[in-house]
Design a protein around this ligand. Structure first.
Ligand SMILES: CC(C)(COP(=O)(O)OP(=O)(O)OC[C@H]1O[C@@H](n2cnc3c(N)ncnc32)[C@H](O)[C@@H]1OP(=O)(O)O)[C@@H](O)C(=O)NCCC(=O)NCCS
Length: 180
């Protein structure tokens, strides 16, 4: 497991799955805004790769996020699109509604940066998010990510096209204790 100041990233446990499915992936609004694909319900027991880590390829590493104090499950964190030639990957995270706005998002990004740069030896990390996702933008920027571009009207989200922002961070610019 990997510890931040407020959260710990650990393996996915079987008991996490119904909580994540109910509180995170059954929510059509969060799913439509976070996933870049049409929202679909997950049937209980289905081997959906968002929940069942065994079904993922080597280019994806999924974690469950728990509180450092007490160990309660608060969400998911993923390093995806890992490219060992270009030494780059993407970051994704989703917190349960009750866990948002407590500084956990910034801490999850910090821990994923440690995993990407230190454990995996990557050179570049990237985040894509909707331009109005201020919590995600701030969580990224707290860790040194810079806005590299806007993809205008690139995401169809619940009846409208929205802009997406691409943020990047290079290993040489990363300051491990940049979160505040
Ligand atoms: C986006 C998300 C990961 C942010 O995590 P979080 O724990 O809620 O964010 P934090 O508490 O670390 O806050 C980080 C900053 O964003 C700000 N912020 C958080 N939520 C915000 C909101 N809804 N509107 C505006 N600012 C917000 C905080 O004030 C803080 O800024 P500050 O430190 O400058 O005061 C979380 O809200 C989430 O999981 N949302 C649903 C899924 C999602 O959008 N995932 C990302 C897909 S790309």
């Amino acid at each position: 497991m990997l510890s931040g100041s407020k959260v710990v990233l650990r393996a996915r446990y079987e008991e996490d799955i119904p909580i994540l499915r109910t509180e995170l992936y059954d929510d059509a609004v969060t799913g439509s805004r976070a996933e870049g694909a049409p929202w679909r319900p997950i049937t209980p027991g289905a081997k959906d790769p968002r929940l069942f880590v065994d079904d993922q390829g080597p280019e994806t590493v999924s974690f469950s996020v728990v509180e450092r104090d007490g160990g309660a499950l608060v969400g998911t964190a993923t390093l995806w699109g890992i490219d060992n030639h270009h030494r780059a990957a993407h970051i994704g995270l989703g917190l349960l509604p009750s866990a948002r706005g407590k500084g956990y998002g910034s801490d999850v990004v910090a821990v994923l940066c440690h995993y990407g740069f230190v454990v995996r030896g990557l050179h570049r990390l990237q985040i894509e998010t909707l331009a109005d996702n201020h919590g995600m933008l701030r969580s990224a920027e707290h860790n040194g990510f810079v806005r590299e571009g806007v993809l205008r009207s690139s995401a169809w989200v619940l009846g409208e096209f929205l802009d997406e922002v691409i943020l990047g961070l290079l290993a040489k610019d990363w300051k491990p204790n940049a979160t505040s």
